[in-house]
Design a protein around this ligand. Structure first.
Ligand code: ADP
Ligand code: MG
Length: 394
């Protein structure tokens, strides 16, 4: 962390020829379990992690100008805060402009800033570097200009920025986790109502390790849209038959079985996965808080199999990775994480055997797919915060 902070501070000095007044850290996130259920009244179980975008910040002498230096791209951008903002060709800028725009639209008064930032969250690997960027900036504006925005506001502003300026129709989980994360705790979140509850993450002597397949299949968007269509078809018929049910999560398996022939085999499989996954999230939160890592691992592995065979959003590379990981000693569970068709697997591995598993899976993946897998060992950490150096009193 010190390294990232020093590196970003140095970038700030280079870009703005002065010292930053504040340092902020915005984390990426993992999702322990609860995949694809966010748009079906389900819960998700994300947590912030110890990978961050670090922002070095100073109020600008010119109160009308905001300037950014994105150290990881060696790219800069400035704009006049009184002019109407529209999306620009530098993609990374849009996450920030969208936030600025959303804050101004809400009637809040903001001024000029100088910001340099750099990150240890890999971009585009499913650890939500984008939410860290948006919400980190929203947090900064709120903090420096005393806007009195709530944490919920910050998460919603981040999401809005992605919808309006970036054009990605994302859910709220990523932003929520980056803002609301707490060390050693996971968040059980209802993405509809935003009701949430924290659970202790008692992982005992197990670690969370992510294996990045470095694969991004192009049918992610079309696959996602097709799944939504299938699920909507299933839901429509379920509600026609059982109008008294209020939330999708309250349909029972026997209700689903009763409409199986009518909704067709594919929508049936998709809905079956969702109902099972929603139940798994509740079981997982309990297992985690009770320190039952073995059972938690079993649930993760069940999720993988559901995502692979019922929801059908896995891919050859991830199925291979997960299957091989599960053959290793001291692995409690493994699954594909995120929307599917590539990205990372999330694995629960006993501390003492983590190095061995990494070595073996990397070698096998390289042999079969000729790809160097990336590895991220993560710890559950706090949401966005201002970093203060401990003052040493002599
Ligand atoms: P993910 O959120 O899973 O990491 P996304 O595709 O949603 O992947 O967001 C990645 C985008 O966010 C990058 O392409 C870039 O525009 C922006 N971004 C993330 N981190 C940084 C960074 N350190 N510097 C500049 N832009 C960043
Ligand atoms: Mg993202």
């Amino acid at each position: 962390m010190e390294k990232l902070i020093n590196y970003t501070t140095e970038a700030f000095r280079l870009a703005f020829h002065s010292e930053p007044e504040h340092i902020f850290l915005a984390p990426g996130r993992i999702n322990i379990i609860g995949e694809h259920v966010d748009y079906s009244d389900g819960f998700v179980l994300p947590a912030a992690i110890d990978k961050h975008i670090c922002f070095a910040v100073k109020k600008a002498d010119d109160p009308e100008t905001c300037s950014f230096f994105a150290k990881d791209f060696d790219d800069s951008f400035s704009f006049n805060i009184n002019q109407k903002q529209t999306p620009v060709s530098q993609v990374w800028v849009n996450y920030l402009l969208g936030v600025f725009n959303a804050v101004q639209e809400s009637g809040k008064k903001v001024g000029g800033l100088e910001i340099a930032f750099s990150s240890t969250i890999p971009m585009g690997s499913g650890l939500s570097s984008s939410a860290a960027l948006e919400c980190g900036f929203a947090f900064i504006l709120n903090h420096i200009f005393d806007l009195n925005l709530t944490k919920k506001d910050l998460a919603l502003i981040g999401q809005k920025s992605e919808h309006t300026f970036v054009g990605v129709n994302c859910g709220i989980m990523d932003q929520f986790a980056s803002v609301f994360g707490k060390e050693h705790q996971v968040i059980m979140l209802d993405c509809n109502s935003l009701e949430h509850q924290y659970f202790e993450a008692n992982l005992d002597d197990y670690s969370l390790v992510l294996f990045d397949s470095c694969i991004k299949h192009t049918h992610l968007t079309s696959g996602y849209n097709d799944r939504r269509k299938d699920v909507d078809k299933g839901k429509k018929i379920l509600w026609e038959k059982f109008p008294e049910i209020e939330k999708f999560r309250d349909f029972s398996f026997s209700m689903l079985d009763k409409v199986r022939a009518e909704i067709g085999e594919t929508p049936y499989k998709r809905c079956l996965y969702l109902l099972k996954e929603i139940k798994r999230v509740e079981k997982a939160a309990k297992a985690l808080s009770e320190g039952d890592v073995k059972y938690l691992g079993e649930l993760l592995t069940e999720t993988h199999s559901g995502l692979s065979t019922e929801f059908e959003v896995s891919c050859e590379e991830l199925d291979f990775m997960v299957a091989e990981t599960l053959k290793e000693r001291d692995v409690a569970g493994a699954r594909i994480m995120g929307g599917g068709f590539g990205g990372c697997s999330i694995n629960l591995i006993k501390d003492e055997n983590v190095d061995e598993v990494i070595k073996n899976i990397s070698a096998k993946y390289k042999t079969d797919f000729d790809i160097e897998m990336k590895v991220y060992r993560v710890k559950i950490s706090d949401g966005i915060y201002e970093y203060k150096r401990n003052e040493i009193i002599i």
